[in-house]
Write a protein that binds this ligand. Structure first.
Ligand code: ZN
Length: 234
């Protein structure tokens, strides 16, 4: 765990707890405070605006695949730009897509190792310049830790989804086997029943659409359809 850069701030275990506190402050002082996650793994409140968390939904599918096909060196540039908060949201969101999560995680891990090595190398350097550098390096290292946590969380969601889908597939297969059919056959069966119910409930509407399509093709509307429309309009 990383040391808190703001140890005097109030800390909360969850975003929800921080939210409640923020509302309370708002009511009593009219000051708007926003919860944010800290590298110390607690939640704090800030008066500053907090960047809205990116999701893969903001990424274009073509961009996701393009970035997935990039060599490591180009991929890393996107990772570094994202650390600095640079680049369009759409570009940065690409990293949050499940196709890129594993590589994002690996690249972040390498960057952590790099900065740790540099911090270690200069740890006995007491010059002013080294002091300034160290301050920036620690900030950078903190951002890395936050991105790693974000990545870990996204991967957990992907894993849970995959597990749930696999579980559903297994259950469906069991039910189909018990019915002596395949899952595909059962789904078709459900579809047919649903179409039947739809026609029962909206028969005249269905007959009218049929008639329109016959006419659109230049065909004569069959009597049985005509009759259905007449019957239902009585
Ligand atoms: Zn903190």
């Amino acid at each position: 765990m990383t040391a808190c850069p703001h140890p005097t701030k109030s800390r909360f275990t969850t975003r929800a707890a921080a939210d409640i506190s923020s509302r309370r402050v708002r009511l009593s002082t009219d000051i708007q405070l926003t919860p944010y996650e800290c590298v110390c793994t607690w939640w704090h409140l800030t008066k500053n605006t907090v960047e809205v968390l990116l999701t893969a939904d903001e990424a274009d599918r073509a961009d996701v695949e393009y970035v997935a096909s990039l060599p490591d060196i180009d991929f890393r540039e996107i990772v570094v730009a994202d650390l600095r908060g640079q680049g369009a949201r759409g570009e940065r969101a690409v990293l949050r897509h499940e196709l890129n999560l594993r590589r994002w995680r690996r690249q972040l891990g390498q960057l952590v190792a790099d900065i740790d090595a540099q911090l270690h190398e200069r740890k006995n350097d007491t010059s002013l310049e080294a002091h300034d550098w160290r301050k920036r390096a620690v900030n950078y290292s903190n951002t890395l830790a936050l991105r790693l946590e974000e990545c870990r969380r996204l991967r957990a969601v992907v894993h849970a989804d995959a597990f749930r889908k696999k579980d559903h597939r297994r259950r469906d297969a069991e039910i189909a086997a018990a019915a002596g059919a395949t899952v595909k056959e059962l789904r078709q069966h459900a579809g047919e029943i649903a179409v039947g119910r739809l026609i029962d409930a909206h028969g005249s509407e269905f007959a009218r659409y049929c008639a329109e399509e016959y006419l659109a093709l230049g065909l004569t509307v069959p009597d049985r359809i005509e009759r259905h429309i007449k019957d239902s309009s009585v």
